[in-house]
Design a binder for this molecule. Structure first.
Ligand code: HEM
Ligand SMILES: [Zn+2]
Length: 221
């Protein structure tokens, strides 16, 4: 049905009614801080749904008669969203630790580790996602057809295939950067405490990162 207003087009009444802090509203400082924490997670999930759709589109375009301009644009959007999600995490600097520790007990048994979309993104970051494989195979074929042994650096030429290859690399590196920053943030907030999901907490996250490529050499974090 054709929407009749900005609010109905964006389903704003649903979107803005979906934040439900556990903190009683009369503790307004903590209530607002917890809402900030919820919005950070919700917006992450919303952007993640877009990243996964971009990858799906790019993989379909790579499998059929390859449409490299569309593949490049989709992968660039996906990579830039993952970069944005890292900035999202940085926003947590403005969540005072004492406020966080006040509402944290209510989250016992609940953890970001349950995020299905994030789990899928991690597979993308490891280069093991079927869509990443499909796109990589298409890229290899396209580069061979163009007589290129390797893609040019991002921005160094006008080939859509090279742009797509650069964006795919930025996307996978971006996921590792997100994971590294998340582990550092978790340590800042909870120190040596156990995770609400029942793991050893920050040590567990560091262990999960061991063996991943050294993102510091490639990126900001
Ligand atoms: C104050 C902020 C945060 C803290 C202290 C924190 C802490 C933790 C801890 C300790 C774990 C390990 C599992 C557990 O026992 O719970 C974890 C896992 C995870 N968290 Fe967070 N987290 C924070 C913010 C976020 C945000 C904003 C997201 C984004 C949706 C997120 C997504 C995840 C994911 C995907 C995992 C699984 C990581 C893996 O398996 O390697 N976390 N978090
Ligand atoms: Zn090129």
């Amino acid at each position: 049905m054709r929407p009749t207003s900005y609010a109905s087009y964006l389903r704003l009444s649903n979107l803005l009614a979906a934040q439900d802090p556990t903190t009683p509203p009369d503790d307004s400082g903590t209530w607002v801080a917890e809402r900030f924490f919820i919005v950070c997670h919700q917006t992450t999930e919303l952007w993640l749904s877009q990243v996964l759709l971009e990858l799906d589109l790019a993989a379909r375009c790579a499998a059929e008669s390859p449409d490299w301009p569309t593949i490049k644009t989709s992968l660039m959007r996906a990579a830039s969203i993952v970069l944005l999600l890292t900035h999202h995490l940085e926003q947590l600097i403005y969540l005072p630790r004492d406020r966080f520790l006040r509402f944290r007990p209510a989250l016992e048994g609940i953890s970001g580790a349950e995020s299905e979309q994030m789990r899928e993104l991690f597979v993308v970051g490891l280069g093991r996602h079927t869509h990443v494989r499909t796109i990589s195979v298409g890229l290899e074929r396209a580069l061979a057809r163009a007589g290129l042994p390797a893609p040019h650096a991002l921005g160094a030429c006008g080939h859509d295939e090279c742009g797509a290859a650069g964006a795919l690399e930025a996307l996978t590196e971006g996921v590792t950067n997100w994971r590294r920053l998340h582990a550092r943030i978790a340590r800042y907030f909870i120190g040596g405490r156990r995770g609400t999901g029942g793991t050893a907490g920050a040590d567990y996250l560091d262990e999960r990162l061991a063996g991943l490529p050294d993102a510091e050499a490639a990126g900001r974090y």
